[in-house]
Design a protein around this ligand. Structure first.
Ligand SMILES: Nc1ncnc2c1ncn2[C@@H]1O[C@H](COP(=O)(O)OP(=O)(O)O)[C@@H](O)[C@H]1O
Ligand SMILES: O=C(OP(=O)(O)O)[C@H](O)COP(=O)(O)O
Ligand SMILES: [Mg+2]
Length: 394
């Protein structure tokens, strides 16, 4: 990589603003998957060992510029303290005089976690005043938030224009591993895309169609395609204004000779709840008022076959609401199939996909688990990531 890293700068006694991606799955105020916290630890301990004052910043969820009590980073600070074996202080704000005073008190090697940067409307707008307020806290900026590197926000991009800016070790590793897997991909090359961030992710399909042999669609993303095919989808997740785009992707896949797979059956529920009435139906039989919350067993079998016959598979986005047992079957089947495919290089990306693989105890049977979902997809598309571009060149 042609960007400077933490290894290229003097850190002793320096205040370091380190952007991490601690956007972890939570339930009832508890961290339910700590993959992203663990992934940031090499950089954090490196900064500590070098004698820096480590100021960590992250977003959590999508609070849209307002304070949302459930999205405070306090539980993350607690878990990080345990993992580091060292007390991590937690600020209730992400900049300002109180935070400055806390930093003043820090010794070399101390760690402070700032409050959720998305509590401020300027974060997602990449407001330059907010970026300056972040920059005022520190001497050096480190970006280790690969999972948010596709966002040009104040703490991922803006701040890099105000103080020396370098990459963290996780950022470097992610770009290296993904870059190698994709530079000359082994074929057949299959992409599996699912999850709930339909608006964000549907666009990447266009460029992926230039690169892959098979494209598999699942999760919430699938039903915009199912609808585009002319089937009724009840209350399933839908991006109404992307239906035409979905149609055009299916045409493009055909033209390019890319095999395109979407669900042939689904597990549908009467409402969006863990205990909802549910049943398996063929894709042309989704009842009005019901919603598809998982791919069905026939679909899982077809997808597993494609996986077994692929040499490289990149997977982002769960096939269903795997957090609830009734709707976890499709995600589990795909994960198991990847685990069993010994000849297949498997790259799993995304906070929730990583959590799923971890939940099924299959993480160590994957070739690489990336902390970024949207970020890895955009990187794979060939897009430059704003959080990386903004860093200082070597
Ligand atoms: N059919 C579906 N309907 C609604 N939500 C879904 C469906 N399938 C998957 N999901 C949800 O998608 C979420 C993850 O989406 P996303 O953030 O895009 O993936 P990742 O974090 O792996 O990049 C999960 O919390 C899961 O419950
Ligand atoms: O969880 C994330 O991405 P992912 O769900 O694609 O893995 C990142 O933290 C980015 O979050 P965002 O999609 O709200 O900007
Ligand atoms: Mg996610």
């Amino acid at each position: 990589m042609n960007k400077k890293s933490v290894k290229d700068v003097e850190l002793k006694g320096k205040r370091v603003f380190c952007r991490v991606d601690f956007n972890v799955p939570m339930e009832d105020g508890k961290v339910t998957d700590e993959t992203r916290i663990r992934a940031a630890i090499p950089t954090i301990t490196y900064l500590m060992d070098q004698g820096a004052k480590v100021i960590l910043a992250s977003h959590l969820g999508r609070p849209k510029g307002k304070v949302v009590e459930e999205l405070r980073l306090t539980p993350v600070a607690g878990r990080l303290s345990e993992l580091l074996g060292k007390d991590v202080k937690k600020a209730d704000e992400a900049y300002g005089d109180t935070v400055k005073a806390m930093i003043e008190e820090m010794e070399q090697g101390d760690v402070l976690l700032l409050e959720n940067v998305r509590f401020y409307p300027g974060e997602e707008k990449n407001d330059s005043d907010l970026a300056k307020s972040f920059a005022e806290l520190a001497d050096i900026y480190v970006n280790d938030a690969f999972g948010a590197a596709h966002r040009a926000h104040a703490s991922t991009e803006g701040i890099a224009h105000h103080i020396p800016a370098v990459s963290g070790l996780l950022m470097e590793k992610e770009l290296d591993v993904l870059g190698k897997a994709l530079s000359n991909p082994e074929r057949p090359f299959t992409a599996i895309i699912g999850g709930a961030k339909v608006k964000d992710k549907i666009g990447v399909i266009e460029n992926l169609l230039e690169k892959v042999d098979n494209l598999i669609i699942g999760g919430g993303l699938a039903y915009t395609f199912v609808k585009a095919k002319g089937y009724e989808i009840g209350n399933s997740l839908l991006e109404e204004d992307k239906i035409e785009l979905a149609k055009s992707f299916m045409v493009k896949a055909e033209e390019k000779g890319v095999k395109f797979y979407m669900p042939v059956d689904a597990v549908v529920a009467e409402e969006f709840s863990q205990q909802a009435n549910s049943k398996t139906v063929s894709i042309d039989e989704i009842p009005a008022e019901w919603m598809a919350l998982d791919i069905g067993p026939k679909t899982a079998e077809i997808y597993s076959d494609v996986i077994q016959n692929s040499k490289l598979v990149i997977w982002n986005g769960p096939m269903g609401v795997f957090e609830w047992q009734k709707f976890a079957g499709g995600t589990r089947a795909v994960a198991e199939s990847l685990a069993e495919a010994n000849d297949t290089y498997s790259v799993i990306g995304g906070g929730d996909s990583a959590a799923a693989v971890e939940k099924f105890h299959l993480a160590d049977r994957m070739s690489h688990i990336s902390t970024g979902g949207g970020a890895s997809l955009e990187f794979m598309e060939g897009k430059t990531l704003p959080g990386v571009v903004a860093l200082n060149d070597k």
